[in-house]
Design a protein around this ligand. Sequence first.
Ligand code: G6P
Length: 436
Amino acid sequence: MNYLIVTNSCPFSHDKQGNKIVTTSNVGGVATALKSMLEKFGGTWICWGRGSADENFCEEKYNNYTLKRIMLTRRERQGFYEEYSNGVLWPLFHYFRDKIKFMPVSYKIYNEVNKKFAKEISQNIENNSVIWINDYQLTMVPFHLRQMGIKNKIIFTWHIPWVSKEFYSILPEGRDIIQSLSMSDVLTFHTKLYTNNFTETYRFLFNEKPHSKVYSIPLGIDTSFFSYERARKIKYDGIANKKIIFSIDRLDYTKGLINRVLAIERMLKKFPELAGKFVYVMNVTPSRTNVPEYIKMKKEIEMTVGRVNGEFSTMSWTPIIYMYRKIKDSTLLSYYKIADVALITPLIDGLNLVSKEFISVTRKGVLIISKFAGSACYLNDALHVNPYNLDEIADAIVTAINMDEGEKYDRLQKLKMEVQKKDSTWWYKKIISKVA
Ligand code: G6P
């Protein structure tokens, strides 16, 4: 068997920096798992070359697999990526009705770009290739492949939530999209809830069962990489004697970033004795910086963090250390290691791998997780909160800070077992076994 992986983002990109060309690795959770699978079995990876120098690297050979980049014009990038993927589908599948900007023109471009992906796939498959497509940017690819007469097995993995049938039905192009998805042989979601929502949506729209087999198989992490032993020491002299609350997210309105800052404010008002005893290290990674909602969100966060820090800071203490930048994995590991509490409170999240990474690395930490993150249903021994309830978040932080060592240890052992059992290799093996 040979695999053909299709994702929107590439695991590596090339950018011009003056006269030089630098290569950046974008190997997030999904890419880590897919990359190790391709290295093992061999195959091809097709993705969109969005780096400023990627046009010079349309085909690259890596360890046992070939990476092929599809180039998009400015208009295609805007219609496909910024407007339809991130301006319509992203808010739709996260229940943000007011942020959806319906635009029939951008759907047209989205569909054309999906066809472009399908064409590239058709030129790279062999008889026994399994095509494995990922996520909401590529929903129409199965339709175009079948139109071209391609009969190979298709796996489609969905990495974000799937909404209720009524909510999905507001999407004008909804019937085409769900029909295309169900032209895959195997469709996977991260939780039972999303799987059920999908099946119910299909029944609601077509009065029959979807044609593909549908499974809930949650993505896992590479636990040998996210380990305590690999985490290096970092200097944090100024805050070493304080409890460290940590979070890392892409800048996105689904992540509940403002609510989290407001919860810190609420906590300081409710428990003023905590002033000076903790710091909240809030790391935010730039994302989708050309999409208007994200530009607006960035300003809102800066204002809110500034206001809360302005209210509570002293000459020797600032409650929130806000960092807006992409950090290296090695730095991230160190943060996981020093953190007493990981505060992961998205308003909604397809899965959330940060929660699993933290559990894998920490030896002393407590995880606070939003009950609307997909991973929460697997992480029963974390503290679960409603991210809209600021008092509940504030109280959970206090509970976490004061938790006795025995309880912390017991919870952590159970959580670690879950994360280790369902790691990234378990995930891809389980999925490919469904088409075997
Ligand atoms: C989410 C999506 C992924 C996407 C990632 C980064 O996790 O499910 O498909 O790759 O965000 O977003 P970006 O728009 O920067 O590729």
